[in-house]
Ligand binder design. Structure first.
Ligand code: HEM
Ligand SMILES: CC(C)=CCC/C(C)=C/CC/C(C)=C/COP(=O)(O)OP(=O)(O)O
Length: 344
């Protein structure tokens, strides 16, 4: 009896430990980062890429982003207990030792780099390493506690998974890839400041210089509008440069109009109601925008396939005409006969 209890207790504690390690990677955020990487792969391939390539790229992206998030939690172990939103995390709760978390982050990061280098390509691995360094060193260790522009500059980190996806498929980084990067980059300030508007007291307590704490809510709301306008410009630019089709164009305009509307309502709201709605919508917005890009890629894939086949037809036609000319030359001692006129 006693041994059964011990076994079930230890099984329970192993389950609890596994769950705690799972929480360290910030699974909610990780999911959306993976969505951006996967959908960018579809856009780059104009359809579904090789499934093994998708598997290794997504696995590498999950591991490298997970590693970055664990490093972030280890570094922030002094401020996470101060904020209600973060104090339930496994490190502030004392359920995971920071040193073990650090080893976990190292293992995840190292495996990610190996996987991306050997099963994807070196450029995808490089983008993973740059995103990791950007988030851990530039955002977490340097900017987060120093300047209210931490999100604007640091927000670039969250745009790297899209670059991993693009590099995985094409082996390079085209203008379209950088516009997708810009979309995530410009989306981050309104995404985060919407939350910071109603968590300002917590950030103040933790001494983190987030925009609403340092510059006030009015300035934050104005900056949210500014970045949303730039975001809408970038999503429209993608339609042109990325040669996206009507599905993407309609989706980006409708989703963007709703985002702009919500930011405007937030700007005039004296309560937290619209800021909370805008934060929730920001996540849906990015997921749906990337979803629309993907659907459109399949659509434009067929379109480009038609154009490609039409091109081959034209080329075959030209080759047939050349062959006819050659035959005529050989029949007339190397000279083409003069074309017949109506008088002849
Ligand atoms: C510097 C950039 C960013 C900052 C400071 C930031 C900050 C935050 C914060 C503080 C939360 C609330 C988490 C919580 O409730 O404990 C959150 C939630 C979330 N963020 Fe961001 N974020 C950033 C970039 C991103 C990026 C690039 C993505 C994905 C592309 C993303 C996706 C999400 C998602 C999906 C959630 C909801 C998580 C959940 O419900 O579990 N964030 N973000
Ligand atoms: C390729 C690669 C590895 C890219 C890195 C992508 C990445 C992990 C982005 C995370 C963005 C994010 C969760 C910021 C919040 O940090 P925070 O410290 O402000 O949030 P917190 O207060 O909830 O801890």
């Amino acid at each position: 009896m006693g041994s059964v209890t011990t076994t079930s207790n230890s099984a329970g504690s192993i389950g609890q430990k596994a769950l705690d390690y799972y929480r360290l990677v910030k699974p909610g955020i990780l999911r959306l980062l993976v969505v951006t990487a996967f959908c960018t792969m579809l856009v780059a391939a104009r359809g579904m890429p090789d499934l093994w390539l998708v598997f290794w790229t997504i696995l590498g992206t999950v591991l490298i982003c997970g590693s970055a998030n664990v490093f972030n939690m280890v570094w922030d172990r002094d401020i996470d207990p101060v904020m209600k939103r973060t104090q339930e995390r496994p490190i502030p709760q004392g359920r995971i030792d920071p040193q073990n978390a650090l080893i976990f982050a190292g293992v995840l990061g190292f495996s990610a780099v190996l996987i991306l280098t050997y099963f994807v390509n070196p450029l995808a691995a490089l983008m993973g390493i740059c995103g990791h360094a950007y988030y851990v060193i530039i955002y977490t260790m340097w900017l987060k506690r120093r300047t209210p522009h931490n999100i604007v500059i640091g927000g670039g980190a969250g745009a790297f998974p899209a670059l991993i996806g693009w590099a995985a498929v094409t082996g390079d980084l085209s203008m379209t890839a950088w516009i997708i990067f810009a979309i995530v980059f410009l989306w981050t300030p309104p995404h985060f400041w919407a939350l910071a508007l109603y968590k300002d007291v917590e950030y103040h307590k933790a001494n983190i210089p987030m925009m609403p704490v340092v510059r006030g809510k009015h300035v934050t709301k104005f900056q949210m509008l500014l970045y949303t306008a730039l975001l809408l410009g970038a999503t429209t630019l993608l339609a042109i440069v990325g040669m996206m089709g009507i599905i993407y164009l309609v989706a980006s305009v409708v989703l963007g109009a709703v985002f702009a509307y919500m930011c405007i309502r937030t700007a005039f709201d004296t309560t937290d109601k619209w800021a909370k709605r805008t934060f929730a919508y920001s996540i849906l917005y990015l997921a749906l925008l990337f979803g629309a890009m993907s659907v459109d890629s399949f659509n434009t894939h067929h379109f480009t396939e038609h154009r490609y086949l039409a091109g081959i037809e034209q080329q075959a036609e030209r080759m047939r005409a050349e062959q006819d000319k050659e035959e005529l030359r050989s029949l007339h001692n190397g000279e083409l006969p003069a074309p017949k006129t109506s008088q002849q």
